[in-house]
Design a protein around this ligand. Sequence first.
Ligand code: SF4
Length: 711
Amino acid sequence: MAGLSVAFTLDCYRNIEDNYNSLKSIREDNPWRRGAIVISWLNDLYKLQKREPQKEIEPSLINAIFRMYDRFPRIGLRERTGQQDMSLDIADAYLNGRNAMIEAGVGIGKSFGYLIPSLLINQVSRQPIIIATSSIQLSEQIHKDLRVIGSRLGFTTVRSVVGKGMGQYACRHRAAGLFEPDDPSSPLSTLAQRILNFEIDERADIKGGISDAEWSNVCVNDCIFERCHYKNACLFYDMRTKINARACDIDFIIVNQDLLIRDLIKKKEGTRGIITEQPALIVIDEAHNLEAKVRDAGTLEFTLRRTCRILDDALQILFKQSRDKSLFSQSKFLKSCVERIFKQIDADLLHAAKQDNDRIKVSEIKGIPFSRASRDLRDLSLSLSVLTSRHEREIDEVFEAMNGLIRLFDVLAGVEDNYLIWASNTQREATISICPKAISQFLKYTLFNGKTPVILTSATMCQGGETLEEQYAYLTKSLGYTGDYMDRQSSPFDYSSHAMMYISGNIPYYRHDKRELYLEAAYTEMIKLCNLTQGRTLVLFSAKEDMKYVHKRLISGADEYKWALHVQKEGASQDGVIAEFRGSKGVLLSTGVFWEGVNIEGSDLSQVIIFRLPFPVPADPIYEYKAAQAKNPLKEVFVPDMLLRLRQGTGRLIRSETDLGVLSILDSRLSTAARKDYRDKVLETLPFKKVTEDFSVLERFVKEKGIQRTV
Ligand code: SF4
């Protein structure tokens, strides 16, 4: 329960324990008796913590939670103490109108832990619950879990919707413009035709996947909403209508964090929000990703094409209203400024970007009359603002885009200092990005503002530390969080006897100028380790370039191993490659989302190899900024960030009570000989109790536990 780490007096503790034990011993068919004891137990806790509940504890909600769990054995589900505690913590936060952070370790059943109180809160309040998570796969998994737990517990009329980002949906309006009757069999025409034939509604409908570049031609980018005659058969339009329904018309809105943040940004800026107002509760799952998601959502990207389109759209709307011909010369002048800016960005990228997605500094842009350009942009924005009162979505969108453009010009002119700016080749197009420097103020104002209780949860939120406050400190600071810290619900899995962590001390440190030396040594060690478990290994890379190198070497050195090799491919479905990996029991090379989104129970996955510790790149403008704010950047930024990611990656290994496995780290900075301060932090934070740098000890463990496959 909340705040159990507060020092107790022994007598009080015994009281609570007695109550808790009698609670457990009461037969499951007597929920009301259990409920009375729970309330007495909670009240004892509050007295102990000298924390008075802000509202009377609602016996009905707490009782109802226990009644739900009482039914678990009958509906074929296992009772887990951590899960029940999590549910009670959430009910407590809701009843007291407080925010709560709850770390819920792998295996406690986190999603049911928050879905059960959420179902009840929705029923009591008749207001929707918003659940935001960090990927589409997880949103869909939560939706499935909601259906399962809802139907088993008798919530059969729950109305729910999953909202994904616009880039996931196909746009028929765009597809219609792309179909070429003269060349109907070209790849683009074929794709457009399939969309127009209703074979494809969203990206996931394309079996075998599609590259980002191809998909970017047909996905939703600037929806024209009511003006579109495809709207009644459009999945995107339908989703946007449901997530913005009246509070009484929807029960659960499951979205990715990007969408939630975009909604908060819109509401803060005074434009129409995307998600319905007045939810009863907001649950943010995978909350360790929230900072990055807020930054991504707050980042405005401009390509030459997009910028010219914003100006064209504004011109079209305003001219239709005013018939003012001077708008044309204004627009022409602004376009010439934009073309000049992108000419320089192209030159910068050619000179400094080494690979796709490299973020480079933007050099000073000369020869542009910024004050005149800024004045003209503001004039156009002002004229649009008068029209936004009509509440037409299209005008709102152009108004918002125009304000973004004003911000870009201000940053380039040096009059706006609250943004980071960089250039990159995103999707092979020169792109300028601007991102707010500090995000904590934004979250304080829009999310942690006391209007709706917010629950932040994840399996990896904490670092080492004496108090809960210290353990949750990195995320608290990054997010500007204010609220309660709940006890960490640790994983019920037996890491001490089921797993071993191996740290390789033989590999030279990574240095950019000796990259190949490092990669060759790591490659040799990786082969040895994969042969030890006879495949069944997930190799996690922090750098795509490392993965490409190793993949190439494995192809040329195929006589060194007998297992099947799989590699994550751009645009291919994650589920597809995981299914192939499971089928062959081979080795899967991966990066990015695979650090988080892989759940393979059983012996198909017996080893996870961390190729290099996942430290953030120091030259990344965001981390450069965060480091500049810290007294000790390594301790306050780079190590905590690396630890969150490392915990996610290593969490792929043990996924059930019977799983056995090996975690291997091919980064000798973590070896005893390296004497790095963060070694202790890593060992304290990871759940692995058996740690070795001796390969023969690892071999013995693998043999004893029967991890080696008998062929
Ligand atoms: S409603 Fe919007 S997303 Fe759907 S087809 Fe029309 S323009 Fe595209």
